[in-house]
Design a protein around this ligand. Sequence first.
Ligand code: NAD
Ligand code: TYD
Length: 341
Amino acid sequence: MKTVLITGGAGFIGSNYVRYALQTHDDWRVVVYDKLTYAGNLDNLRDVAEAYKDRYIFVRGDIADREAVVGAVRAHDVGTIINFAADTHVDRSLMEPGSFIMTDVYGTYVLLEVARELKLERYHQVSTDEVYGQVLTGRSTEEDKLHTRSPYSASKAGGDLMCMAYYTSFGVPVTITRGSNNIGPYQYPEKAVPLFVTNAIDDIPLPLYGDGRQQRDYQFVLDHCEGIDVVVEKGQLGEVYNVGSGTETANIDMTHAILDLLGKPYSLIQPVTDRPGHDRRYALDTSKVRQLGWSNRHSFEQAIEQTVRWYVDNAWWWRKLKTGEYLAYYKRQYAGREVKE
Ligand code: NAD
Ligand code: TYD
């Protein structure tokens, strides 16, 4: 048996990866290590805790707390860390950048220190295409310079650079994946797709930033999980791998697709003032990870269809999240931002 510590495993992508890893690797024991911030949610792992009682353990903790990380690694004889833990929402990073730096930069440093001190077999960092900054034309390759523009992407880039420093200076066996925007089950409804789907179900306006012509590579979360897994299994140490579908969609087209699937009118779209420093387009060159044998299984149309269906079928999961702290955030983020056409 091999024991893998999955930090941030109670979040959106982490929980999808935990489920995928336990299904795929019979010889893995998974320890989820998660602080359970507003974005962490044990409901995301409810079925996993039930189905894998013998191979799944949950530990609540902060990745920036070195003693607690060492304690979890020692107690469970962990050999590999896969780090999903991060503060992840760009709009929140514009309001309060401090926690992004604490988790995404300092927390990554703490995990790397533990990997070094306890001589772990492997450390994998889950990163983002946002570290390349906006690319108006062409596609970002792994060799491209990092041109971050938001506190979120700057913090993620800091984490990536620290990983490379620990590989180069101390020989920590590191790999990094840089994924494009994920969509699918269990995404906290502050991100554009689950926000728009759940608002549309309830006939609440969809706040579309600026002209809606910004482009993202919206990939299905399971495709991303498979990409991460391929890199953990076959990636070369010290290397970065982009993971994305390779197809970009404008936000206005993503929004129309959601409304069409739900049979709701386009009049629900509410143009709002643009996000400051809004990156116009991300696009990845994914040939390197494809050489490891990975390819995405879902087109944008399939991904958005499965995503919308999941939120329609799982109101139990998201309805209770859209209360309390969420509503306070929503008001702070969107109140008075409407633009009259
Ligand atoms: P998420 O916000 O849904 O979940 C983050 C998880 O990390 C939560 O469970 C939270 O409780 C936990 N966490 C936060 N701070 C922590 C800390 N200090 N210690 C321990 N746990 C902590 O995020 P996500 O969308 O699932 O993203 C996961 C990873 O993938 C992140 O590193 C993110 O940068 C990266 N990524 C996300 C996307 C995307 O589209 N969502 C795309 C590419 C890369
Ligand atoms: P988001 O899901 O926040 O991901 P990211 O900014 O990390 O790519 O946003 C996806 C796109 O949708 C992005 O171009 C910003 C836009 N957007 C809106 O138009 N309205 C919204 O309310 C949100 C949250 C995002």
